[in-house]
Design a protein around this ligand. Structure first.
Ligand SMILES: Cc1ncc(COP(=O)(O)O)c(C=O)c1O
Length: 395
């Protein structure tokens, strides 16, 4: 079913790439797209490119392409900045929409940057806000009328545990809470429908399952029913109603354009634009079905052949995103040994090895081979070799 999409990616010979939850592989079309932007647009049009090559509209045009993959209506998603910045924008706007409350609720499974950005925001607001963290399974019980905003990442970056976005959003709304969902590990991994879930804000990155490349721009969705009430805290000139009037005071632009901040990363947007072509004609339900099949195959194979590895992801596929994690005390060294043998996943402290199952370019045959290589390494205890013990900056 996915043999055509696999051809769209460059995968080095001998590599089984199970790290699409961290950084998707190079889409072949990105090479030509970026080269033609450099030579044919920047090189030839120079500053005229902003108007004549559509650079200024790229954040909303490509935002609509990402929007299709997360169930967002046209005109409700814009690209730019990094996900950390988009979290800041969304949470600050959410707090303003709920001025009488002082708690931001999140969970201990959230990705640290989301929490750090909120901590920094609350420090500068200095208005008595508190960031309250509960265990992931306690979120539903903590939704009460003291909470201004709920900030959750739908799929846990370490374990792949999936939050029930429709039900938590509904419960939050019943308690008058504004919701912010981080879709970093769900956009492009599974069907997401921000509109039917009635989510208020959603944010995400595009370098993981959307294959936009290292540092690819992030996205932000604001529900159309709210966007004209939102006052951006990061009030940059390109979110202004009339950026080229160069007025001295900020006035927010119309609709989702107000969530733009500064000059868009045009080259990175071109790479992402090419990457999104891989989704043309692809049904996200098929992606999810195959990702579950591959994940189940991997879990069964690893559990039968590598008893020292303990499943750290939910066993039930309905409670899991598109990644499978195992815990193992020597997980870092194990991952280094796997990478040396061509199976690329990654490691998250203290003891988690993670593997993503991305049907656009991974199939059952890859999974069978990955299990075999992992089983050989475990049997021979190859992680014990000193060459696999040195920690590098990025794990
Ligand atoms: C859930 C989540 N949020 C945020 C980030 C990182 O944000 P940024 O793109 O700003 O580095 C990650 C990175 O893996 C993530 O998994």
């Amino acid at each position: 079913m996915f043999s055509a999409t696999r051809q769209r990616f460059h995968l080095p010979d001998g590599v089984i790439y199970l790290d699409g939850n961290s950084l998707g592989p190079l889409p072949v079309a990105a090479r030509e797209k970026v080269a033609s932007l450099l030579d044919g647009q920047w090189g030839e049009y120079l500053i005229r490119g902003w108007n004549q090559c559509g650079w200024m509209d790229a954040p909303t045009r490509i935002g609509d392409r990402v929007g299709k993959l997360i169930g967002a209506p046209v005109g409700s998603v814009v690209m730019g900045d990094t996900l950390s910045i988009k979290v800041y924008q969304a949470v600050s706007s959410a707090l303003e929409l709920n001025p009488g409350r002082r708690i931001i609720l999140s969970d201990t499974g959230n990705f640290p940057t989301d929490l750090y950005m909120v901590q920094g925001l609350l420090r500068s607001l200095d208005r008595g806000y508190t960031l309250k963290l509960v265990e992931p399974e306690e979120v539903a019980g903590a939704l009460d009328d003291s909470v201004a905003a709920l900030l959750l990442t739908q799929v846990d970056y370490r374990t792949g545990r999936l939050h029930d976005m429709p039900s938590l959003t509904q419960k939050a709304h019943a308690a008058g809470i504004v919701t912010v969902w981080d879709l970093a590990h769900s956009a492009g991994a599974m069907a997401v429908d921000v509109a039917s879930c009635d989510v208020d804000f959603a944010v995400g990155c595009t370098y993981k399952y959307l294959n936009g490349g290292p540092g690819a721009p992030a996205f932000i969705y604001v529900a159309p029913r709210l966007v004209d009430r939102v006052r951006p805290a990061l009030s940059g000139w390109l979110g202004h109603a009339e950026p080229f009037a160069f007025e001295l005071s900020y006035a927010s632009g119309a609709g989702i354009d107000r969530m733009r901040v500064g000059t868009p990363p045009v080259i990175a947007l071109a790479a992402l634009d090419a990457a999104l072509d891989a989704w043309d004609g692809v049904d996200m339900a098929d992606v999810r079905r195959m990702s579950v099949e591959l994940s189940e195959q991997f879990i069964a194979g690893v559990e039968s052949q590598c008893p020292e590895l303990v499943l750290a992801s939910p066993r039930n596929s309905e409670d899991r995103g598109s990644q499978v994690s195992f815990s193992f005390a020597e997980g870092f060294a194990l991952m280094q040994a796997l990478i040396a043998d061509g199976v690329i996943g990654d490691f998250r402290a203290p003891d988690i090895v993670r593997f993503a199952f991305t049907p656009l370019y991974i199939d059952r045959h890859d999974v069978t081979r990955a299990i075999g290589i992992l089983a050989d390494i475990m049997r021979d205890r190859r992680w014990e070799s000193t060459q696999f013990q040195t920690r590098t900056g990025v794990t």
